[in-house]
Design a binder for this molecule. Structure first.
Ligand SMILES: N[C@@H](CCC(=O)N[C@@H](CS)C(=O)NCC(=O)O)C(=O)O
Length: 211
């Protein structure tokens, strides 16, 4: 059995989308970030960086496997299933490049923007400016890519799209006060959001743990 430790955040939804796409049975273990459950020693044993998501696969090759970092989890599930990432060849590496772009850029920058522009009690104009500009730059990078290819990794839907979807959607809701205007001039990103968001598995993955 696969157990997904997660919460209702963009990073937390990525592996849920993947598991829904695969149609594999899995159990959800909520890690309530509002109650600091990510610092619980039992969770730290699985996710040493005290962040969700994490996944345990009891039936992994060679015995139970604990994984943290959403990119590693998506990569693992793609390799195990043989789906949403080519097993070899240039398409695999193009998709992995965009997966790593999301993990190293889009996620952290929009995460910081969310902190400074939405959650922080004291607003720092300099930090908001810095992360808004960086968010806008990254959306422009995405627009250029998606004006040339249907999906981030190329012609096919891959784990790169699964990783980027929840964060890009956040630019239209959670972060709309700072990024909505920029999204107006991103027709290719909006087309991609509509296409990916229409997938039933994406809708189920985005709905996890919603009350
Ligand atoms: N690079 C990590 C980022 C994970 C991450 O930032 N998770 C956030 C929620 S979206 C978290 O658990 N935050 C709790 C904390 O920082 O204490 C990944 O992709 O899995």
């Amino acid at each position: 059995m696969i157990t997904l430790y997660t919460w209702t955040t963009p990073n937390g939804r990525k592996p849920a989308i993947m598991l829904e796409e695969l149609g594999w049975p899995y159990q959800l273990r909520p890690v309530n970030l509002g109650k600091n459950e990510q610092f619980d020693p039992s969770f730290l044993a699985i996710s040493p960086n005290n962040k969700i998501p994490a996944l345990v696969d009891d039936e992994a090759e060679g015995g139970p496997l604990s994984l943290f970092e959403s990119g590693a989890i998506l990569n693992y599930l793609a390799d195990k299933s043989g789906r949403f990432l080519d097993a070899a060849g240039r398409g695999r590496y193009e998709a992995l490049a965009w997966l790593h772009w999301q993990i190293g850029n889009l996620g952290p920058m929009l995460g910081q923007l969310g902190y400074f522009a939405v959650r922080a009690d004291e607003k720092s104009p300099q930090a908001i400016k810095r992360f808004t500009e960086e968010g806008e730059r990254l959306l422009a990078v995405m627009e250029t890519r998606l004006a040339q290819s249907a999906y981030l990794g190329g012609d096919e839907y891959t784990i790169a799209d699964i990783a980027a979807y929840p964060w890009t959607l956040a630019a239209t809701d959670y972060l709309k006060d700072v990024l909505a205007e920029s999204m107006q001039s991103k027709p290719a990103v909006r087309r991609w959001l509509d296409t990916v968001g229409a997938r039933p598995a994406v809708q189920r993955g985005m709905a996890i743990l919603k009350t």
